[in-house]
Design a protein around this ligand. Structure first.
Ligand code: PMP
Length: 362
């Protein structure tokens, strides 16, 4: 049989399976599997969406001007260096499409976000991982894994699914060790949650160097995952390239309108952070007291290691799913002994802790 054949590498891709795709009827479950913001979107964003009617037959602003203005104002970056995408997933794909191809290598840390290898394979490039140390990005291991073929290095900071972060000094050391023709992509999807003095999003490196991009998303603390909106703060040459390869209307009107209102409502972001600051330590303490090992997290999720044997991670996942709670299996990340729990609303995290307690005792 002869028929259309995809390019080499495409059939090596294991499709991304979201937490919601692992169960029959996700709508009936408490969803703590995808790190979406616990409080839902800002009321201002919801109102802006409601007021949107009447514009649906028009294409959205292809330049995403107002949302970029809101980002520029809130985050203090020059608007011309901000490029929006349909989620940061799209920006990952656009960066790889632009800067990597067959024969090239795309480097990231072990237990890094799954879209890095998927995106690399989709353009025919080879994903390469560097070992972590204690579930933390290891700068020396990354630098040791750089070859003449390396084109793009991804560092999620903080990292998903481990919840750990590296310091500005470590990030700078990584950058200093890379050739100027290699792009360093700092994926700061969870930056707004981090309350550490020795953390920065890495935007200062974009200010200084032409080979750095920082990415953010409105899917996490802004809780607009369904609308698909992410943004990159990139050096002028990289922003120029992204604007050449992106679709002309790659961000929907709904995403632009709700995103603008959400980014301008920093009071709500503060409330969401305060919620996380309260419940992340609580869940960590409760699960640690139950004898489980929680990886220290600065994000809105927690990687929890279960014991081997009857009380293992798979059994815990199934027990919780039967009781209406969906958390994330980590098999695709090579962490099958662990589960990742999103810090949801108060009733959700309490129900999750209780269910895990009952599972371990049962
Ligand atoms: N980067 C990281 C580290 C993530 O965890 C996620 C979401 N799981 C993304 C990027 C993609 O986010 P978005 O919804 O903006 O595509």
């Amino acid at each position: 049989m002869s028929g259309p054949t995809p390019r080499p590498g495409i059939l090596d891709i294991a499709p991304y399976v979201s937490g919601g795709n692992q169960v029959k009827d996700v709508g009936k479950l408490m969803q703590l599997s995808s790190n979406e913001g616990a409080l839902g979107p800002s009321p201002a964003a919801m109102q802006a969406l409601k007021d949107m009617a009447g514009e649906l037959h028009r294409y959205p602003d292809g330049g995403s001007t107002k949302i970029r203005q809101a980002i520029a104002k809130t985050y203090g970056h020059p608007i011309e260096n901000i490029v929006c995408g349909a989620g940061s997933d799209e920006l990952i794909a656009l960066l790889l499409k632009s800067y990597a191809g067959p024969g090239d290598e795309v480097l990231y840390s072990q237990h890094g976000f799954l879209m890095y290898p998927i995106g690399a394979k989709a353009v025919g490039a080879t994903p390469v991982t560097a070992k972590e140390t204690n579930l933390r990005t290891d700068v020396d291991a990354l630098l040791a894994a750089v070859t003449a073929k390396t084109k793009v290095v991804f560092v999620a900071n903080p990292n998903n699914p481990t919840g750990s972060y590296i310091t500005p000094q470590e990030m700078r050391r990584l950058h200093a060790g890379l050739r100027p023709d290699i792009i360093l992509v700092i994926d700061a999807a969870y930056a707004e949650y981090v309350g550490k003095n020795d953390y920065t999003s890495g935007s200062e490196l974009v200010d200084e160097f032409d080979n750095v991009v920082m990415m953010r998303t409105l899917s996490k603390i802004y809780a607009l995952a369904s609308l698909r909106l992410g943004w990159a703060y990139a050096s002028a040459p990289i922003a120029d390239v992204l604007n050449r390869v992106r679709g002309p209307f790659n961000v929907s009107l709904a995403a632009q309108i709700a995103g603008e209102a959400a980014v301008l409502d920093q009071k709500f972001v503060g409330d969401s952070r305060a919620h996380n600051d309260k419940w992340l330590p609580w869940v960590t303490e409760q699960l640690t007291a139950l004898g489980l090992t929680c990886a220290p997290s600065v994000t809105n999720f927690l990687l929890v290691r279960f014991p081997d044997g009857a009380k293992n991670a798979d059994a815990a996942w199934a027990y919780l799913a039967e009781r209406g709670i969906l958390i994330r299996k980590m098999t695709a990340y090579g962490l099958s002994h662990s589960l990742r729990i999103t810090i949801g609303a108060e009733d959700e995290v309490k129900a999750t802790v209780e269910a895990i307690r009952a599972f371990l005792k049962g």
